[in-house]
Ligand binder design. Structure first.
Ligand SMILES: [Zn+2]
Length: 257
């Protein structure tokens, strides 16, 4: 047992940065709604504690949804609005949309790499959250190619270029963005063997549900959204060493600096 970031003792395997060491968190995701489903409760706790949270949403998720009557050309605008609403529910300070096409994210995209390095140097987060770049065979349908690519691209921006003063020197000269070393990466949908940190979100679970519900074009047809979300994370309770009825979100925390 070691101390987790809310000061309580958990059955985790790695220590994480202390509360006082984390002023800013950058969350880089592939689609609108990724953050709320996977770490909505954790974000609510961070912002309540005064941590500044910034989202970077790489695509507009234009292939998502359930309603064939929805004009597809309208989907990007709708999903951005839903993402902004969800972010507001969780107290997120800034949402940045890069507007890339769903299904087309690829590691090796030099332009996107530079945009992510620029964003890290501008936001200067101590902690970055993103998708695991690893296949999780236990949650195959969470391994969207965009998720894996987002994880790879984000981690490749964290290291080496964001923190290397001799890389991407154009950013420094033209935009006065100096190198910044991210200290921790928190990965979502990592294979179970890699999960090493849990956050108890029981007390903010209602806000997580409200934030997910803001993505009406994606979940507006769910009759028991709260029940589904509870079920999604119920398996974490025992692994996190929590008592019955408690709820936790799970992460693989990687020391990056
Ligand atoms: Zn997604």
């Amino acid at each position: 047992m070691v101390q987790s970031d809310d000061g309580k003792r958990r059955s985790v395997r790695v220590p994480v940065l202390a509360k006082a060491e984390v002023e800013r968190v950058l969350v880089v995701i592939a689609h609108p709604d990724d953050a709320e489903f996977w770490l909505g409760g954790t974000i609510a706790k961070w912002t309540a504690a005064g941590v500044g949270v910034t989202y970077c949403v790489l695509t507009d998720g234009e292939a998502g949804g359930f309603d064939p009557a929805l004009p597809r050309a309208e989907v990007p605008r709708i999903r951005r609005a839903e993402q902004e609403k969800a972010a507001a529910v969780l107290g997120v300070g800034e949402v940045s949309f890069l507007g890339l096409r769903e299904g087309e994210l690829e590691p090796g995209n030099v332009d996107l790499h530079r945009k992510l390095v620029r964003l890290i140097r501008r936001v200067r987060p101590q902690r970055v959250v993103t998708w695991s770049p690893e296949w999780n065979w236990k949650r195959f349908r969470s391994c969207h190619p965009d998720h894996l690519a987002t994880g790879t691209l984000t981690l490749q921006a964290v290291y080496p270029d964001a923190g290397n003063p001799f890389a991407e020197t154009g950013l420094r000269c033209r935009e006065e963005l100096t190198a910044w070393t991210v200290r921790e990466a928190w990965l979502i949908n990592s294979p179970a063997r890699e999960i090493n940190h849990y956050v108890d979100v029981t007390d903010v679970f209602d806000r997580k549900v409200a934030a997910v519900r803001a993505h009406k074009s994606q979940v507006g047809n769910r009759s028991d959204l709260a029940g589904e979300l509870r079920q999604r994370i119920a398996a974490n309770t025992a692994s996190a060493g929590l008592g019955p009825g408690r709820l936790a979100e799970a992460f693989q925390v990687v020391v990056t600096g």
